[in-house]
Design a protein around this ligand. Sequence first.
Ligand code: ZN
Length: 203
Amino acid sequence: MDVKKIYMDANALLEGHFKLSSGNHSGVYLQSAKVLEDPKNAKKLADALAQQIKASGLEIDTICAPALGGLIAGFALATALDKRSIFAERVDKVMTIRRGFEISKGERVMICEDIITTGGSAMEAAKAIEEMGGIVVGFAALANRGFCDRANSDITKKPNCKLPDGVPFFALDDFTFEMYAPQDCPLCKEGKSEAIKPGSRGN
Ligand code: ZN
């Protein structure tokens, strides 16, 4: 499946000068919400991801998505796997399981994001699940931003990947666009534009 083409066709692969949630700058921004606004895309991507997860034989009880970015991907994946779908959300900056969602002791939970960059939010959701007695058995995302290693790809793990060793990570593709620390950003050095955060200025 050509995930990059699906993103491009949905105008979800933006080119410009962007500030990512990690604080880094990039010339490319992935706006997964634009892909997932078509439920057919959500289903197609989640079905392909579910196939990969089923083929691995990993046993899962529940999918948990960190809000807000992971919500649609998580729900679509849970639908494709016929599992329970819950989400974690930030309360005073701390990723928390609310809404009356319960986790039984030993419940096998997969954390699902739209895109995993370093896996920071995914790990915060994992911590919230573990504090309630669940076991995080895997991570999933529609695409991997290239810092973490994943099943079925020979991409190598970079030092800033926060996902733990020994817990499988499933994604459909690797999107390895360059990212820069703000002080090293060539787009900033050009001086023609300021990095913007898509979604925060009406786009
Ligand atoms: Zn910049």
